[in-house]
Design a protein around this ligand. Structure first.
Ligand code: FES
Length: 564
């Protein structure tokens, strides 16, 4: 790339004649109605992830228009282009399998096409992490924006939303407490508007963290998808993209170690999704920032739960927005944050917070460090013989009576095998530990299968939670005593692959341990007999399986990290 070239002259198509390339480019752009004046402007790429397969992005075309208006008002030339879009609910086996593909495609399209800055529009679970991984990897200034969350619905007078309530009602249906007609009624009310899941699941968590990292404008995370505030944020983002194009400040200047430390504190205050752990590790790896599971543990211990949103609390994103959203949360955390970090707006966090005025009733959803909603360590990192390289557990959404538990294993080899859980012949009791393995990155891209269902007959007896252990993930909207992201995973020969039915497993959350209580000699015997699954023969699944790293490195492809 010619570093001094700007606008449409960046990244010329190579015909071994730069003059011809510029001439030809202008000829084809003229066919699209662009004149010489247009092409003098800074070019702002606008990534549109609208897709009929991504219902959460249903209103994105309108948001794209608002971004374009902002770009034009500020003197830029918006150029909209599509990338892969990942709709969480309509992808098999899991959207996570394609996060790295989207990140790679997004990075390459930003780098290959001419643009002076880029606006990345995402929202649904894996889209924003993929886009952050891309913007952390490119030399082009980037600013992010999300589709915004759904508004809540109503069923028989009860407020509800996707997808913590989806799971709660489904569990009641499985336990026989909700008949077919009722569960259909719930289904019709869970997702009443366009937008992303409105609890503090992965989409909401990552939106808040993108803002906390400084990659979105202040206040951009929380306005609902259907509001004018969301569209006004689109206009403001478009304008700021032009300013970034002029200044040349890139994500690398924003994504510093201090910015990640602030984000980890925000994650703890939100009691955000466990998926944020893998995503932040991957983004940091792209940005060349040292970040480890131990950092998550350390910062989670420092910051209590402040935000009252499901699944750890009772509210929804629209409540968080009414309380002032991320700016007010950052104000509440001011005393423990690094105030010198600089975001996409060019201001330090300290300068930003000087202008934040919380609304009168903000403490209904956002609490203070002096009077928090819950204790610190809402997320804990576990290590031990079953997870030598680590695992995570969302303590705030788990059952305290299971935090110290010893029980016999019942092993399931992959999500499809979980159908056996209802078989009475297994004689599962509430003391058993359900092990869901071969659900890790190499096995199948880490589906959200870790929070596997409890046996129907136990649910009917009123059992609400059991210890579950997996190398997969769980939805950020889910709850339960579920040990996730076990590394190394079973598919690469982790100890998880050696567990057999009846083996005793011990979980000790306070001690930060998860152990398999089987003698070393016996494990060595089992290891000698172990047959690992074979990778798919071709395509993305093959490349992914060969090069994906374990969850404690963010499940990124090894050759895409900053250090290669
Ligand atoms: Fe799209 Fe939840 S399914 S954010």
């Amino acid at each position: 790339m010619n570093e001094t070239a700007r606008g449409v002259d960046r990244n010329l198509t190579n015909y071994a004649d730069a003059g011809f390339s510029r001439y030809l480019r202008r000829a084809f752009l003229a066919s699209a109605g662009y004149d010489g004046g247009d092409l003098e402007r800074p070019v702002i790429g606008v990534i549109d992830t609208s897709s009929d397969y991504n219902t959460c992005h249903r209103d994105m075309p309108q948001l794209v228009e608002s971004v374009k208006r902002g770009v034009l008002e500020a003197g830029g030339l918006p150029m909209v282009f599509p990338t892969i879009s990942l709709g969480e609910i309509l992808l098999s086996p899991t959207a996570m399998l394609y996060r790295n593909l989207m990140a790679m495609e997004t990075e390459e399209m930003i780098r290959a096409q001419p643009m002076d800055a880029v606006v990345l529009l995402g929202g649904c679970d894996k889209t924003l992490p993929a886009q952050l991984m891309a913007s952390a990897s490119v030399e082009v200034p980037a600013i992010h924006l999300v589709a915004g969350s759904m508004l809540t619905g109503d069923w028989r007078g009860e407020r509800l939303g996707a997808c913590t309530d989806c799971r709660r009602y489904w569990a009641q249906h499985r336990a026989g407490d909700l008949d077919e007609q009722a569960i259909v009624g719930v289904r019709q009310s869970l997702c009443p508007t366009s937008g992303t899941c409105m609890v503090m699941g992965t989409a909401s968590t990552m939106a808040c963290l993108a803002e906390a990292l400084g990659m979105m404008l202040p206040g951009a995370a929380s306005p609902a998808a259907v509001t004018g505030a969301r569209l006004r944020m689109g206009v403001a983002t478009g304008r700021q993209a032009v300013a970034l194009a002029v200044e040349g400040r890139t994500a690398r200047d924003i994504l510093t170690r201090a910015a990640f430390e602030n984000a980890l504190k925000v994650l703890a205050a939100l009691s955000g999704s466990t998926n944020a752990v893998v995503h932040l590790l991957a983004i940091a790896g792209r940005a060349g920032v040292e970040l480890s599971l131990d950092d998550f543990d350390a910062f989670a211990k420092q910051v209590p739960l402040l935000v009252d949103c499901k699944p750890a609390g009772v509210g929804y994103m629209e409540d968080f927005d009414k309380a002032g959203g991320v700016p007010v949360l950052l104000k509440a955390l001011e005393g423990v944050l690094d105030l010198d970090v600089v975001g996409v707006d060019g201001k330090t966090l300290g300068q930003q917070l000087q202008t934040v005025e919380p609304p009168a009733d903000w403490q209904t959803t956002i609490r203070t460090l002096d009077a928090p909603l819950g204790p610190a360590s809402s997320l804990v990192v576990l290590k031990g013989s079953l997870a030598p390289d680590g695992a995570v557990l969302k303590k705030a959404s788990s059952s305290p009576h299971l935090h110290k538990h010893r029980g016999p294993a019942v092993v399931f080899d992959g999500p499809d095998d979980a159908a056996r859980v209802d078989d009475p012949a297994l004689a599962i009791t509430p003391e058993h530990v359900l092990v869901m393995r071969y659900a890790g990155p190499v096995a199948m891209g880490m589906p959200e299968a870790g929070s596997m269902p409890l046996p129907k007959y136990l649910a009917e007896q009123g059992v609400k939670d059991m210890v579950r252990i997996s190398d997969g993930r769980m939805s950020g909207t889910a709850y339960g005593t579920v040990v996730l992201h076990v590394a190394p995973e079973a598919a690469v020969g982790g100890v998880l692959a050696l567990v057999r039915d009846g083996d005793m497993i011990e979980l000790d959350v306070e001690a930060g341990r998860v152990d398999l209580l089987v003698e070393e000699e016996e494990l060595a015997r089992r290891r000698a007999e172990l047959v690992l699954p074979v990778l798919p023969k071709r395509g993305w699944r093959r490349l992914y399986g060969e090069r994906v790293m374990q969850a404690n490195y963010g499940a990124d492809l090894d050759f895409m990290r900053d250090d290669g």
